[in-house]
Ligand binder design. Structure first.
Ligand SMILES: Nc1ncnc2c1ncn2[C@@H]1O[C@H](COP(=O)(O)OP(=O)(O)OP(=O)(O)O)[C@@H](O)[C@H]1O
Ligand SMILES: [Mg+2]
Length: 453
């Protein structure tokens, strides 16, 4: 029989993903739950006698969302659902168990079960223990793909572990190897991806926009950087993080660093002619003596890369009693010459805030999505409880990359005076990319090519 399904681009991406652990996450209404059920249907039909488990945290949620969606979506001629056992069966022998894990111990109902695919909907409602336990139920000798596929909004009790497991280690849509040997991938979804809802309920967006700030950021923008006490609450991945592009050679480049034996954090920043700062490379490593830190920095700087200044905080000029040489002098002996920047914390953090806001005098900050440490640490800094204008220095390991950025933000950096290369009119390909792009990508394309013309 022919089943006709119209899917969004992101839903297709989710369905086609082959990684062991997949997270489809983002704005409310992006089409995640629907995508899960469409995927479950396709899997069940493609792999006869396959077994899947679909989970929500509570029964009413399960019933209202997934069971209803599946009943509306799955053709009755080939599918029946038993409403007391909550098992759905297909004519080809495939099954889908619909379950819920109200308490931590509910996972043990699945002690002897075996599944090809386990699906968590609203993953941040679950605990990491529940998730990891169910991971072990994914197994079987039938040769079918084995996966855990989850969907969720940010927020919820599991926000932190889900973010750590899927969002922080890698750029979106970039698979990486988890410590358990399974490949993981995070596929973001935005409200704009789901034209079915946009067309069917044009006021939905306005209702989300009316929510309080935190909820709005989580549910409307799918923003993962929300939690109490965040110092840089203006940080927003959709706005500040972009895909890398080739930096024009006439843009002025800086390096800025924070150094201690415990950790070196060095950022490479280029200023566009209109003054937008692009963090385009980072080098962050622990336990590097000065010789190795300097070598690492030089190795990561191309021969023809003209670095205008390497900024370092004043304490690197303090002399050690034995040698009489300062760290700055030692770096210099190994070929990295510093320019002193300010260590005024309060002014420095305010300058970072202005960079992030990017309105008025400061033109803003963009970070290449390859710079994982600064992307992870900047939004994780919390307000110092005793000095609310300062960031907390705990946990210490997240402070280094932001400290380096602060040294840049407070320095009087200026773009090169040289004229930007004359902007060429947009080609057909550029236009095509632009039309197919989401909001964040559109911004990036404009940054790269100039306003469409
Ligand atoms: N491919 C599609 N075809 C038809 N309708 C769709 C499709 N994808 C999503 N929808 C509809 O759009 C609405 C939102 O989709 P869905 O519930 O899957 O979003 P969600 O991302 O799970 O939202 P939430 O974050 O609120 O759980 C639903 O009414 C759903 O039926
Ligand atoms: Mg949903």
């Amino acid at each position: 029989m022919n089943i006709s399904l119209t899917l969004t681009k992101k839903q297709k991406e989710f369905i086609d993903s082959s990684e062991g652990e997949v997270l489809f996450g983002g704005a409310a209404g992006g089409g995640k739950s629907f995508g899960q059920m469409a995927d479950a249907l396709i899997f069940a039909l493609r792999y006869p006698r396959s077994k899947q488990l679909v989970l929500r945290r509570t029964f009413p949620e399960l019933d209202k969302s997934l069971i209803r969606t599946s009943l509306a979506l799955f053709p009755r001629e080939i599918y029946s659902f038993n409403s007391s056992s909550h098992v759905g069966r297909f004519k080809n022998g495939s099954t889908i168990d619909f379950g819920y894990l109200a308490t931590e111990n509910d996972v043990y109902q699945y002690q002897s079960a075996e599944y090809d695919v386990v699906r968590f909907d609203e993953l941040t409602h679950f605990t990491e223990n529940q998730y990891v336990y169910l991971l072990s139920r994914v197994r079987g000798a039938n040769g079918y793909p084995k996966q855990i596929k989850s969907s969720t909004n940010p927020g919820g009790v599991g926000h932190v572990w889900v973010k750590r497991r899927f969002i922080e280690p890698s750029a979106p849509r970039t698979a990486f190897l988890g410590e358990n040997g399974l490949k993981r991938i995070f596929l973001p979804s935005l409200l704009d991806d789901n034209r079915f809802l946009a067309e069917g309920d044009p006021e939905y967006r306005a209702r989300l926009a009316a929510l309080p700030e935190r909820e709005k950021r989580a549910l409307l923008f799918g923003d993962w950087n929300i939690f109490e006490g965040q110092y840089f609450d203006e940080f927003n991945e959709a706005r500040h993080v972009i895909s890398p592009f080739e930096i024009p050679s006439h843009w002025r480049r800086y390096r800025t660093l924070d150094y201690g034996l415990d950790r070196l954090a060095c950022l490479w920043i280029a200023l566009s002619p209109d003054g937008v700062a692009y963090v385009y490379r980072e080098f962050c490593e622990s336990n590097l003596p000065i010789s190795e830190a300097a070598r690492g920095i030089l190795e990561r700087t191309a021969k023809d890369e003209d670095v205008y200044a390497t900024l370092a905080p004043p304490d690197l000029w303090g002399r050690s009693q034995e040698s009489g040489k300062s760290k700055a002098t030692l770096f210099s002996e190994y070929g990295v010459h510093f320019t002193k920047t300010s260590n005024d914390r309060e002014c420095g953090w305010l300058a970072v805030k202005e960079l992030l806001r990017g309105d008025g005098v400061s033109c803003g900050l963009r970070i290449f999505d390859t710079c994982r440490e600064i992307i992870r640490c900047l939004p994780a800094l919390t307000v110092d409880k005793l000095r609310p204008t300062d960031c907390s220095t705990e946990p210490h390991e997240i402070t280094h990359a932001p400290d380096a950025l602060r040294g840049f933000a407070i320095f009087h950096s200026r773009p090169s005076r040289e004229k930007a290369a004359k902007k060429t009119p947009w080609s057909k390909d550029m236009w095509e990319d632009y039309r197919a792009a989401g909001r964040a990508e559109k911004k990036y394309l404009i940054d790269k090519y100039g306003e469409p013309n």
